[in-house]
Design a protein around this ligand. Structure first.
Ligand code: SAH
Length: 350
C-alpha cells in the first residue's frame, strides 16, 4: 500500500482520512496543529494522540521533510537548496525585511517556459512539485526561524523555480493549506503568484475565489521583443495577456504588478519606456523594475545604474506607479535556478 503524504491532504480530506479509520473528527485538527503549527516530523511525537492512533497513522501516512543540501546567507537573504525524496533539488529563499519575513518558493523542478534570461528553464522541466513539497519549503524555514526565536514568515511569493500556473491544481491546494487560519495562517493578500503569462491560468485563477496578488512577468513592451525573450508570448501575445490581467484586476479589486527586468541594450531604452507607458496607460497597475541577475548560460547584461534611473524616471514622469526592486541576493546566486544549476540539477528534460 502506498503511504499518503499527509501534507497533500486538504483539511477536509484529513478529516475524512481520520474518520475513515474510525477516529473522531477533532483528531484531524490535532494532527493539523502538530504539522502546521508545531512542525513535528513524525506521528510518534504527537503526544496528545493515543498511542494506537499514532501507530495507525504511521502505517497509512507519512510526513515528508526535505533534506538541507546547502544554505547560503547574504545580508538580507538566506537561500536554501533542499533535496526532495526522489533526490531532486529545489530552491527557496527567505527575504528578511525589517518588519516581516517573506519566503520565495519554487513550484516545479525546472521550468518549461524557456525565458531566455532565466536559469531555471535552461534544462527544461523535470516535474511539478506536489502541494506538500511547496508546504515543506515554508515549514522547513519556519521551523528554523522559530527555533531561533525569530519572527515568523508572514508573506509568500511564488517566484522561485517554475511556473505556478503550469502546476495549477497543486498550487491551489498549497495556497488553501498555507492560508488556513488554524495552521500556517498566511492571508491570501499576503501571497503573490508570479506568472510568465499563461492566459488560461490567469482566467481560471480569477474565478477561484482566492484573492491572491498576481504578478506578471512582462519584460517587454511589444510582441516582437517579447517573442524573442519570452517564447510563451507566441502562444499568448500581449493582446490576449493584457485583457486577462484586466479581468483579474476587476475580479479581485486590486492592482496587479508587472515585473520588468532591465536588460542592457535589449529592453531598456527610453523608446521602450515610452512604449511601456502607452501599453499600460489607463491600466490600474504597478510596475516593478528588476535588475537583471546575469547568468552564465546567457550573455545578457544588466542595465547600468544611469540607464535604470532614466527608465524609472521616465515612467514616473508619466504618472506610472513604479518601484525598483532592491538587488537582493545577487551575491548568493539567487536568480531563479542558479543554485540548482550549479549543483548540476535538472538533467532530465521534458
Ligand atoms: N515563472 C514565473 C515565476 C518565476 S520567475 C514567472 O515567470 O513570473 C520570477 C521572476 O524572476 C520573473 O519575473 C522572472 O522573469 C524573473 N527572472 C528570471 N530570471 C531572472 C534573471 N536572471 N534576472 C532577473 N530576473 C529574472
Amino acid at each position: 500500500m502506498q503511504l499518503v503524504n499527509i501534507k497533500n491532504l486538504t483539511r477536509e480530506e484529513l478529516e475524512d482520512f481520520v474518520t475513515n479509520i474510525g477516529e473522531p473528527v477533532y483528531r484531524a485538527q490535532q494532527i493539523w496543529d502538530w504539522i502546521y503549527r508545531k512542525h513535528v516530523l513524525s506521528f510518534a511525537d504527537m503526544n496528545n494522540l493515543p498511542q494506537g492512533l499514532r501507530e495507525r497513522m504511521a502505517e497509512k501516512a507519512f510526513i515528508s521533510w526535505p533534506r538541507l543540501l546547502k544554505r547560503q546567507k547574504a545580508k538580507d537573504t538566506i537561500k536554501y537548496l533542499l533535496q526532495l525524496q526522489d533526490g531532486q533539488g529545489i530552491e527557496t529563499v527567505l527575504l528578511r525585511y525589517k518588519a516581516w519575513h517573506s519566503l520565495c518558493l519554487s513550484t516545479q523542478v525546472g521550468c518549461a517556459m524557456g525565458c531566455k534570461f532565466c536559469a531555471s528553464t535552461r534544462k527544461g522541466k523535470v516535474r511539478d512539485l506536489s502541494g506538500a513539497e511547496m508546504l515543506d519549503q515554508v515549514l522547513f524555514v519556519q521551523r528554523e526561524l522559530s527555533h531561533q526565536g525569530d519572527k515568523p514568515i508572514t508573506r509568500l511569493v511564488l517566484m522561485g523555480i517554475g511556473e505556478p500556473l503550469d502546476n495549477y491544481d497543486n498550487v491551489i491546494r498549497f495556497v488553501h493549506t498555507a492560508h488556513d487560519p488554524a495552521g500556517i495562517n498566511i492571508g491570501f493578500r499576503r501571497i503573490t503568484l508570479s506568472t510568465c503569462g499563461l492566459v488560461p491560468g490567469i482566467m481560471k485563477l480569477s474565478q477561484e475565489g482566492i484573492p491572491v496578488n498576481l504578478a506578471v512577468s512582462l519584460h517587454a513592451p511589444n510582441n516582437g521583443l517579447r517573442d524573442k525573450i519570452m517564447p510563451i508570448n507566441k502562444r499568448y501575445p500581449l493582446e490576449e495577456l493584457l485583457p486577462a490581467c484586466q479581468k483579474y484586476t476587476a475580479r479581485i479589486g486590486r492592482r496587479i504588478t508587472f515585473e520588468y527586468t532591465l536588460i542592457s541594450g535589449i529592453n531598456d531604452t527610453i523608446r521602450h519606456a515610452e512604449e511601456l507607458t502607452r501599453l499600460l496607460a489607463d491600466f490600474p497597475c504597478h510596475i516593478n523594475i528588476i535588475p537583471l541577475n546575469p547568468i552564465a548560460e546567457c550573455n545578457y547584461k544588466p542595465s547600468s545604474p544611469a540607464t535604470t534611473a532614466n527608465f524609472v524616471k521616465f515612467l514616473q514622469t508619466w504618472g506610472m506607479s513604479v518601484t525598483q526592486r532592491r538587488e537582493m541576493g545577487q551575491s548568493i546566486t539567487a536568480a531563479c535556478g542558479q543554485l540548482r544549476l550549479l549543483r548540476g540539477g535538472g538533467k532530465k528534460r521534458q
